[in-house]
Design a protein around this ligand. Structure first.
Ligand SMILES: Cc1cc2nc3c(=O)[nH]c(=O)nc-3n(C[C@H](O)[C@H](O)[C@H](O)COP(=O)(O)O)c2cc1C
Length: 437
């Protein structure tokens, strides 16, 4: 029987993925998202709930696809403001002892050499608890901010594959016995056991030894959430864990089956790669109270903000598109998986319109909502494990830190009672805890 794994899905910002949560009466009461205390509390809460980790999503600049500007993004605080995520790693690891820290860091504008160095450094400072969510920057606003033209999806993935390969060459370039540290001879390390990486690829050139001694995990845990065929193949070949947003149990089953086939085709053991799917849990002691809570969350999403969010993530200006147009007919340069999930949510055979998609997306990021009592939410989780084939869950944040406190206090004990969740961490590093039960 599969046991659940959890990741708390947030951004280092005013609000995460549900638009308008900053005005929820229970959001961050007495907390400042820009200060360390809030993050320490959030991390301790997730660790109390034995989560694998905190998943810090990120993008590199405010969305500007809607009506050709970032006005609506700013006006409605659509994933805005968002602070830099990696800076949080030592803050979080200093307040916890097991919780993993998943950092979304883009390959688009930073050389792999400095990325590998930074991640090794953070893996040391956190005692082996760092994961890298490998992304390539899908939003035109990111390319505007850094001064570049977004390559098409095929080229983005080709570049990402070379990028990660170069990082892996650096991370594996020190032999275990490279450090001699012999005070008598004055020799600290044997140069023959620390290979100089000499990479001349299509996108990157690098000739250097890795500047950081091997960190507890050696190679940080690699996370990937690509959902196009190219994205899935890349994830199957490289990742320790993969993520998806799938709107129904059937769609989760199709995804997990497809991913495990792709992983096996790469010659890897599918059971060694964890598959997490997104959910929005809304839990309360009674079903009626949970439904009331969910309705309040939905009522706080402003229409202009919803369209700005969808435009940003799909890279399309929906200000210039008929809101009643079917989304399925529109090509998207941004996140393919988001569009696929939204399109699948067709109601009674009718195609999902742009306006409907924007509301669904900005109020629950296209994830299935599990609304109800602790038993209801646990039932939904068990169904996704057993019928969907998922290993774990990304928990979408609504108001914080309350939504995570409630999940940990109400749902975790229910799952433990049913034998579907751990009662202690199985290991010390993040990789141990992802792989362990
Ligand atoms: C659950 C989930 C979370 C994601 N989080 C981020 C993120 O924080 N930052 C980002 O730039 N992309 C994020 N992505 C996007 C993907 O990593 C990927 O870059 C994007 O889906 C484009 O690739 P695709 O066309 O193969 O889907 C996320 C995707 C999913 C499904």
């Amino acid at each position: 029987m599969r046991r659940a794994h959890f990741l708390g899905f947030v951004q280092h910002g005013l609000s995460s993925h549900v638009v308008g949560m900053w005005r929820h009466p229970q959001d961050k009461v007495g907390w400042d998202f820009a200060g360390p205390e809030y993050w320490q509390h959030l991390a301790r809460t997730m660790e109390r709930g034995l989560f694998d980790g905190i998943f810090l999503a990120d993008e590199l600049a405010p969305y500007n696809s809607f009506e050709g500007s970032s006005d609506a993004t700013v006006r409605y605080a659509v994933q805005f403001p968002t602070h830099e995520p990696a800076a949080l790693a030592p803050v979080i690891s200093g307040a916890t002892s097991h919780l993993g820290i998943g950092l979304t860091l883009s390959t688009a504008f930073e050389h792999p050499y400095s990325m590998a160095r930074r991640l090794s450094t953070l893996d040391h400072l956190t005692g082996g608890r760092v994961a890298w969510n490998v992304v390539g920057s899908y939003s035109p606003s990111e390319w505007d901010a850094y001064g570049g033209v977004m390559p098409d999806r095929a080229e983005r993935y080709e570049r990402i594959a070379e990028y990660v390969d170069l990082c892996q060459q650096l991370w594996t370039s020190w032999d275990d016995d490279a450090v001699v540290a012999d005070p008598a001879t004055g020799v600290w390390a044997d140069p023959a056991r620390i290979r100089e990486v000499d990479h001349r690829g299509k996108h990157f050139t690098c000739r250097a030894r890795h500047f950081v001694k091997p960190s507890p995990q050696g190679t940080p845990v690699l996370w990937q959430a690509g959902s196009s065929p190219q994205g899935r193949d890349f994830a199957a070949a490289t990742a320790d864990a993969v993520f998806a947003i799938q709107p129904t149990v059937e769609a989760v089953r199709a995804y997990t089956t497809d991913m495990r086939e792709r992983i096996a085709r790469c010659g890897r053991d599918p059971e060694q790669v964890r598959i997490y799917v997104g959910i929005l849990p809304v839990v309360a002691p009674t079903r009626a109270a949970a439904e009331e809570k969910a309705a309040l969350v939905e009522s706080l999403v402003p229409d202009g903000g919803a369209l700005a969010m969808l435009s940003g993530q799909l890279g399309v200006d929906f200000g210039a598109v008929d809101p009643d147009a079917p989304l399925v007919d529109i090509d998207v340069p941004g996140i393919q998986g988001v569009k696929d999930a939204l399109v699948t949510q067709a109601t009674e055979g009718a195609a999902v319109t742009v306006a409907q998609a924007a509301r669904t997306y900005s109020s629950r990021f296209s994830m299935p909502r599990l609304v109800g009592s602790p038993a209801d939410v646990a039932d939904g989780i068990e169904e996704l494990l057993d019928d969907g084939g998922a290993d774990g869950f990304i928990l979408l944040a609504t108001y914080t830190p309350g939504c995570f406190e409630e999940f940990v206090d109400l749902v975790v004990p229910e799952l433990q009672r049913r034998g579907r969740y751990r009662t202690r961490y199985p290991g010390a590093t993040l990789r141990d805890n992802i792989r362990g039960d």
